[in-house]
Ligand binder design. Structure first.
Ligand SMILES: NC(=O)CC[C@H](N)C(=O)O
Length: 334
């Protein structure tokens, strides 16, 4: 071997070893996160809740306590660290859409699923009709239109589509008490005229067939109650090739995890997704209940809760807690 080539190989090998050990170091660092670390981040950022407003367009959501706040991580080794109002339950809302997407793509395959909707990012709010008029496909499965279609695609009779989503959330969180909040569901069902409008436009363009029980499944999935810890476990699942926090690999699927993470990155925070990707740089999904689930690829999951929202419908204090953790541990994927 000539000297030039062997020195090139040495440089490449050194680079590979260095980047591997950087990853191992950061995993070691993350495994050392304690409740003290999270508590100081929570205390530094809880005041941000004052600058947001709880969602009121679903009347039942207007009743939640704006001062409850929780912060949870599932570390690379699967251990959970929780601080704040860790027992506080809230509704998943749009965070349920990533679980529905996972189920639908498993059922249809990616190509067939995306024949009916797009991979697009958005400059539009979550409940925008976008290009639905004139028979256009929903922009992506993260905004309401695409999510309503996704759930309709995995629904047949009665509440079967909702039950599939609930059971998957139960599996990922290993929490069999997970159920939906009936009062929030009724409230969404009674006031969800925009969502009902989207459902019927999608029927008109023959992207959806069947009855309104399929839309009810969407309202039910949005009303599933979780804690910040449950969200951290969902983040962990998609961050780690769909392997559960306790190592159970029943659903292991790196490709599907990548697909879900890519949708979270480009549309999970709606029209704020671009600026969020710039600042946080992690696949994340918010819900108007005040939760955000974050996947730190190949590492860990983060779950936050604080009900007051910014203009895009994302938890304000939740965002700031995530941002401080990301900066402290250099977690952005970029
Ligand atoms: N962004 C959200 O969390 C929206 C979900 C809510 N259930 C709706 O359909 O309007």
């Amino acid at each position: 071997m000539n000297i030039n080539l062997s020195s090139k190989i040495a440089v490449v090998a050194l680079f590979a070893v260095t980047s591997l050990s950087t990853v191992q170091n950061s995993v070691k660092e993350l495994n050392k996160i304690t409740s003290k670390n999270l508590e100081s981040i929570l205390n530094n950022n809880k005041h941000w809740a004052d600058s947001g407003a709880v969602a009121t367009y679903i009347p039942e959501l207007a009743k939640v306590n704006p001062n409850k706040i929780a912060f949870s991580v599932v570390k690379p080794n699967g251990d959970v660290v929780n601080v704040g109002n860790i027992d506080q339950k809230f509704t998943m809302q749009s965070i349920s859409k990533i679980v529905a997407l996972f189920i639908a793509v498993k059922q249809y395959g990616e190509n067939d699923f995306f024949k009916r909707l797009g991979y697009y990012g958005t400059d539009k709010p979550f409940n925008h009709f976008a290009n639905l008029d004139n028979g256009g496909k929903p922009l992506n499965p993260m905004m309401n239109a695409g999510a309503i279609l996704t759930t309709a695609m995995i629904s047949n009779e009665g509440e079967d589509g909702y039950l599939r989503i609930r059971d998957m959330v139960r599996y990922i969180t290993k929490n069999n008490s997970i159920d939906y909040n009936h009062a929030v569901y009724q409230s969404e069902r009674e006031t969800g005229h925009r969502n009902r409008g989207m459902f019927h436009i999608l029927k008109n363009s023959e992207l959806i067939t069947g009855e309104e029980n399929k839309l009810d499944n969407y309202f039910k999935q949005c009303s599933i109650e979780v804690t910040a810890e449950d969200l951290a476990k969902i983040g962990y699942f998609f961050a780690n090739d769909c392997v559960r926090f306790d190592g159970d690999a029943t659903y292991k699927n790196a490709d599907l995890a990548q697909l879900v993470e890519s949708q979270m990155l480009i549309a999970g925070m709606y029209d704020a997704s671009g600026v969020y990707a710039r600042n946080v740089g992690l696949p994340s999904k918010s819900g108007v209940g005040g939760g955000i689930a974050v996947a730190v690829p190949n590492k860990m999951g983060i779950g936050v809760y604080s009900a007051p929202l910014d203009a895009a419908g994302n938890s304000v204090a939740g965002y700031h807690m995530i941002l401080e953790l990301v900066k402290q541990y250099d977690l952005s994927i970029f």
